[in-house]
Design a protein around this ligand. Structure first.
Ligand SMILES: Cc1cc2nc3c(=O)[nH]c(=O)nc-3n(C[C@H](O)[C@H](O)[C@H](O)COP(=O)(O)O)c2cc1C
Length: 325
């Protein structure tokens, strides 16, 4: 039995977010309020193949392999992959298996033009038969690991029966539904009624795929309500968890914590970023600063001071100055 069936109901997942849910971010969450399952950022299968098999870059020096770094405390952890080529997906899934991941997830929802131009991400919503070939190839490469898909409710318009129904027929172990179309991007509120429709479709067809609803969830309580209404087994949270490694904790609410404690966590996050991701520029960390301090008195001044930092030590100095006030 694979891990999807051992999770609580509803379970909570931390969404994959490129340049956000890196190894440092995930480790912070694993320590402060662990989600029931975590995803890596998305990684290109073609890129993995090219850098490892063509260019022969050693794994320790390969930035794509570093994106697949995870620690035992994150388990269960799923590697998210993208490609438009079944052979590349098989390769990527095999790499994920060799690295010891708990599952392989296929990105079929990313609206980034560079990804879509390759025929990957959300472009696959327009090509169900290729999408299904890619799912089959992932299963081949993943061996005993469960394979999941993360997608949207349609391309230009919701297409629950054709698209989500078609993916369900390929029987992925789990399906995350970001409740917006490709054209919606993130501009309209998430349309959870379509998650409910997909669950009803799955139940009517007696399929075993676990469904995870995603979009605009801002608290565990809201996620639990949404899951009950839609009839899905899990809830995935992305932006709602920014700057809040306690988001998934059933006991600690960030709103109840003093600023000093939040700043201690922010400094720890910066130090983990430098330690685990030395190949990434520190400015990537800056996107977290505003969310960590939002809602606290003097948030604006603090954010300005933090934004001027270039290292974890400088962030620690800002935090120490704040503590001494
Ligand atoms: C900065 C950012 C990066 C993202 N990167 C990915 C990604 O690598 N793979 C993916 O499947 N979705 C990605 N997404 C989409 C999220 O996983 C999620 O589906 C979306 O943000 C909606 O959930 P939310 O309303 O809880 O944020 C990204 C979203 C954001 C905001």
């Amino acid at each position: 039995m694979h891990f999807w069936h051992t999770l609580p109901r509803p379970f909570f997942a931390l969404a994959p977010m490129a340049d956000v849910t890196d190894a440092a971010f995930r480790r912070m969450f694993a320590r402060h309020g662990k989600p029931d399952v975590l995803w890596t950022e998305f990684v290109s299968c073609d890129g993995l193949w090219h850098t490892r098999e063509r260019q022969g870059i050693p794994d320790e020096e390969n930035p794509l392999m570093r994106d697949l770094l995870f620690s035992e405390e994150e388990r269960p952890v799923v590697a998210q992959l993208f490609t438009a080529r079944p052979d590349m997906m098989e390769y990527g899934a095999r790499v994920a298996r060799e690295l010891g991941f708990d599952g392989v997830d296929i990105n079929m929802g990313c609206p980034d033009r560079a990804i879509e131009r390759q025929g990957a991400g959300a472009a696959l919503i327009k090509d169900l038969s290729l999408a299904r070939e890619i799912i089959a190839a992932a299963k081949e490469g993943a061996g005993p690991l469960p394979v999941s898909v993360k997608t949207r409710i349609g391309y230009a318009a919701p297409e629950v029966a054709r698209w989500l129904g078609g993916v369900l027929e390929a029987q992925p172990h789990a399906l995350t539904i970001h409740a917006r179309t490709r054209h919606d991007l993130s501009r309209v509120p998430a349309r959870w009624e379509y998650v409910q429709e997909a669950c009803a479709l799955r139940d009517a067809a007696s399929l075993a795929t676990i469904i995870i609803g995603n979009g605009d969830i801002t608290s565990r309580e809201e996620g639990t309500c949404r899951a009950q209404e839609a009839g899905c087994e899990g809830v995935m949270v992305g932006r709602g968890a920014f700057g809040n490694p306690w988001f998934f904790s059933p006991t600690v609410k960030k709103e109840t914590l003093p600023l000093a404690e939040v700043l201690v966590a922010l400094v720890a996050h910066c130090r983990l970023f430098e330690e685990l991701l030395p190949h990434k520029p520190f400015h990537i960390m800056r996107k977290h600063f505003a969310s960590y301090v939002r809602g606290y008195p003097r948030a604006k001044e603090l954010r300005t001071a933090l934004m001027a930092c270039h290292t974890a030590d400088e962030v620690a100095q800002v935090a120490a100055r704040e503590a001494a006030r």
